[in-house]
Write a protein that binds this ligand. Structure first.
Ligand SMILES: [Zn+2]
Length: 355
């Protein structure tokens, strides 16, 4: 498979995040991706490519998923943060005030201009540091996802967008969960725009892909499926429940399969089969897999118990679906094992696709 690699990913290196009243070191680190690259050097799976970023094409693709106001905010956010106070250059931007959505509580359309308020308008947690290089890295990552989509449109069987920051928590005009631009949604939309009539997104990250669900919630042309830790107890808490089946024209085109903390590969595989039954009925022409590896037993911020060899089986099973498949790199924070687990899944896919 072709692997589109974002060499600018390390421009985004969050220092700290807020976790339950404390500032703790950021989990979403550049070394995550470096471990995948190192494992790919040991077990090569295909060409490693770096897509060129064409400004106009990229901007048009970003606007298919994210709002213009949000993109403008992200692009200028660091400069606005430092303009508040020159000392801010020494620390990452994190929001500390939010307009809750209760009726009459706060005006969602308030014409506020203060950067602290705008940060709260576009973020849903205080765990996602926005840094000097966030826009550079996220934008180059989006270009990888779009290049991977082009590879499938050109007839490729599989492609991997190896990029960070991750994307599946990012919505139309907000960031959170370490995500800024929704790479999986950008890829799915690019596949639609390139002529695929029906695209399925199967999110296997430990955390519900809330951003992707929201982006396609009222659409029947993109089926969103997600296996994840039950939001009753797991991040992102406010979305990802089983009764969210889509709305309007999208009614019936979203399926959430939340699983209790502590679930192992057997329960996870059963949920996968339910998702794949839904996928078969949909008649997808291409598949996008937001590939989180934080279902691993050793993950420091998650609660499933999948083991390294399980990722090989997952890859083989996904290959047997028989669809052109695009993987985006999402979560996974057991940094030392992350490279092995990611390459296991992709190698399993290659083995399954070849058999
Ligand atoms: Zn995750």
């Amino acid at each position: 498979m072709k692997i589109f690699h974002n060499s600018l990913h390390a421009a985004h290196a969050g220092r700290q995040e807020m976790f339950r009243g404390r500032m703790v070191p950021s989990h979403e680190l550049p070394e995550r991706l470096e471990h995948v690259l190192a494992e790919l050097a040991r077990r090569p799976l295909g060409e490693l490519l770096e897509p060129a970023v064409d400004d106009a094409t990229l901007q048009a693709a970003l606007l298919r998923v994210h709002s213009g106001a949000y993109l403008e905010f992200l692009q200028g956010a660091w400069q606005a943060w430092v303009a508040l106070d020159p000392d801010n250059a020494q620390r990452d931007a994190l929001p500390s005030v939010w307009p809750l959505g209760h009726r009459h509580a706060f005006r969602m359309d308030a014409p506020t201009r203060h950067f602290a308020a705008r940060l709260g308008q576009h973020a849903f947690d205080a765990g996602t540091p926005l840094t000097a290089g966030t826009w550079t890295a996220a934008r180059a990552g989006a270009a990888c996802a779009l290049a991977a989509a082009r590879e499938l449109l050109a007839g490729g069987r599989a492609a991997f967008a190896l990029t960070r920051p991750p994307g599946h928590h990012a919505g139309p005009d907000y960031f959170g969960g370490y995500c800024f631009l929704n790479n999986a949604a950008l890829a799915a939309q690019a596949l639609r725009d390139g002529g695929c009539e029906r695209v399925a997104v199967l999110d296997v990250d430990y955390h519900h892909g809330n951003g992707t669900q929201t982006l396609f919630y009222e659409r029947a042309d993109v089926l969103t499926l997600s296996l994840h830790g039950d939001p009753a107890t797991e991040y992102p808490y406010f979305l990802g429940f089983a009764d969210e089946r889509g709305a309007g024209a999208g009614q019936g085109f979203n399926l959430n399969l939340p699983l209790p903390r502590g679930s192992g590969f057997e329960a996870w595989s059963e949920a996968l089969e339910r998702a794949l039954a839904e996928l078969r009925g949909f008649g997808a022409q291409a598949l996008v897999v937001p590939m989180g590896l934080d279902t691993f037993v050793g993950d420091p911020i998650s609660g499933f118990t999948l083991r390294g060899e399980d990722f090989l089986r997952i890859g083989e099973r996904l290959a047997r679906i028989g669809l052109p498949t695009l993987f985006t790199f999402e979560g996974g924070y057991a940094v030392a094992e992350l490279g092995v687990n990611a390459v296991n899944l992709l190698q399993g896919f290659e083995a399954g696709a070849g058999s």
